[in-house]
Design a protein around this ligand. Structure first.
Ligand SMILES: [Zn+2]
Length: 285
């Protein structure tokens, strides 16, 4: 799932490679991904790409005042192609959702793997008021200051893992970087956000900043195709169940939920105690 660093790197890539070019055509292959109808997707044709930016985990391509806003969700991605096929794609087949053609023959595909379709594309004039997910976003994880961050966490009931990934509280952090941030901060994902001491909330804030800025430094300037591998290669605990923690050598453990999971290091984060895996304990009961 692309999060703040990957989406920012994609925006930077598009600023380098798409801005200044004219959109010649947009193909819609995955009807369910398009969430708006006015202005129509076809209104982008003939207009110049004037900017690319990120808001939370949303990617925003500014096409002369009409915005193509993309939420890549869990399995969506942007594939840049120096030469796009000109024949229109067959709708509803394969991972392709939207294809954007530029006037030099290059362009990009928005794709989504798997059957759970979450990729969302919006064509709007005002992203902040017309895209509901953007209208609801909390402050950006890299823009919020320490004081505001502490106030948000202390006013939040529930576990840290949920607080960090709640886009309406702080935006930009998803499942992977929240595991990484909690590992850097040496905090349990199940600790209550409103139970943090002043010292802990500052540690968490510092971990948010260092984790995301380190990832940004590695990713911005990379080719779009290299971003996923770059992200994966630098993870400490996320998606590393059973492997050694790079800090202490303990075995990284996992807690599974209905459709997701989290990873953590017991020695670094939970005083050496494994967390109860609720799904597993339910099955064993
Ligand atoms: Zn560890």
């Amino acid at each position: 799932m692309p999060e703040l660093p990957e989406v920012e790197a994609l925006a930077a890539f598009l600023r380098e490679n798409a801005v200044g070019k004219v959109v010649t055509r947009v193909d819609l292959a995955g009807i369910q991904s398009l969430k708006t109808f006015d202005p129509p997707l076809s209104s982008l044709a003939g207009l110049e790409v004037t900017g690319a930016s990120r808001t939370g985990k949303f990617l925003d391509l500014d096409v002369s005042g009409i915005h193509l806003v993309v939420h890549l969700a869990r399995a969506g991605w942007l594939h840049w192609r120096a030469e796009l096929p000109t024949a229109p794609p067959k709708p509803g087949k394969g991972p392709l959702a939207v294809r954007v053609h530029l006037d030099d023959g290059a362009g990009f595909d928005l794709t989504e793997q798997g059957t759970r379709k979450g990729l969302a594309v919006y064509v709007v004039r005002s992203p902040s008021s017309e895209v509901p997910g953007i209208a609801r976003l909390g402050p950006d994880a890299l823009a919020v200051d320490a004081e505001a961050f502490a106030a948000l966490m202390k006013g939040r009931k529930g576990q840290l893992k949920g607080a960090l990934t709640d886009q309406t509280l702080v935006s930009g952090i998803g499942n992977a970087y929240s595991d990484e941030i909690l590992h850097v901060a040496k905090l349990s994902p199940f600790k209550g956000a409103d139970k943090l001491t002043d010292d802990e909330v500052l540690r968490l804030y510092d971990a948010v900043r260092t984790t995301l800025t380190d990832a940004l430094e590695r990713q911005v300037g990379q080719q779009a195709a290299k971003l996923k591998g770059e992200k994966r290669a630098n993870l400490r605990v996320h998606a590393r169940t059973g492997l050694p923690c790079p800090v202490c050598g303990d075995t990284v453990r996992e807690v599974s939920f209905a459709d997701t999971s989290l990873q953590y290091c017991p020695t670094c984060q939970t005083g050496g105690k494994p967390l109860a895996d609720r799904r597993m304990s339910k099955l064993l009961r």
